[in-house]
Design a protein. Structure first.
Length: 113
């Protein structure tokens, strides 16, 4: 994921969470909002309840790789915040990918209506 495609500042995170659409399942919570940049941006949040820094970074890398796969198929101009829930620790990478893809696509369909 390129640096321009990352949501980093606290203000951006809070704006997306406060004003964006929310989709969730057992493993993820995703907030998204339209942007005017012409490309999509992602912010990833893994809480301290998940584990120590090594574990949190491991899951962030997994989510980033899933996002890179997703961006090859779907490109839109939205900002996303992806929050990992602790129940995601018990699933495989493929299950994580399926659940995240489902939520990202579900958000697109509901907003188009």
């Amino acid at each position: 994921m390129k640096k321009k495609n990352i949501v980093k500042t606290k203000e951006e995170f809070n704006n997306i969470i406060k004003n964006g659409f929310c989709k969730k399942n057992k493993y993820f919570v995703i907030y998204n909002i339209e942007n005017k940049k012409g490309y999509d941006c992602f912010g990833i949040s893994v809480g301290k309840k998940i584990g120590n820094a090594v574990i949190r970074n491991k899951y962030k890398r997994k989510i980033r790789s899933i996002i890179d796969i997703y961006r090859k198929h779907y490109v839109n101009s939205k900002d996303y915040i992806i929050i990992l829930r602790s129940s995601a620790l018990s699933i495989s990478f493929d299950e994580m990918k399926e659940n995240l893809f489902y939520l990202l696509r579900k958000g697109e369909k509901n907003e188009q209506k």
